[in-house]
Design a protein around this ligand. Sequence first.
Ligand SMILES: [Zn+2]
Length: 220
Amino acid sequence: MEGRERVFTGRQVNGQALLAGAGAAILATLGCGSTGTRVMVPTEQYRPGQRARQEGAVEYKGADWVVASAANYRMADRPYDFTIDRVVLHVTQSTYPVALKVFRDHGHRAAAHYVVRARDGHIAQMVGERDVVYHAGNRAWNERSKGIEHEGFVDQPDRWFTDTAYRASARLGADICARYDIPVDRDHIVGHYEVPGTDHTDPGPHWDWDRYLRLVRDAG
Ligand SMILES: [Zn+2]
């Protein structure tokens, strides 16, 4: 993000955004199906660390809060300390409950901001969007991105890459892109396999990128 203004997500309580530099905020609820609120705050009025943390407050409407182990992410204050300009898609190579379990395990050393369940498109938020979760296998890319995990296995697309999951994930992706001004294209919505230096292959060759991008645009 360039210039004097930066964009971040206000954490909302009863419709009130909890903001640093109170009074400086101009709230503008986005259209295009966004469930979040875009908040513009002049940077000189921002005081690091003043934004309140609300345990259990999800940033995507309808998600469940299932907190990851603190060993699997690090606290940050994005997008103030790091610009967020990428969404990285993953496939868990496990079922949804197993993914939640391992992301809650302090020994796993990885998690994601969100996990999408195949059967019904239900979404768990496991790490706050301001925080840097270890998901991309690349420090700089962890710092610049949100991670969305999809339940399933890369070689069983018919079973796991359901229309419901595509649509649920695309709505989440559209919401994130809208709130952080991330362009909806393949430069900014990427697979784990495209992260520099990774040896991971997810979401795999059967992930339908054209379909996903189209659904994100339709949801946006
Ligand atoms: Zn991955």
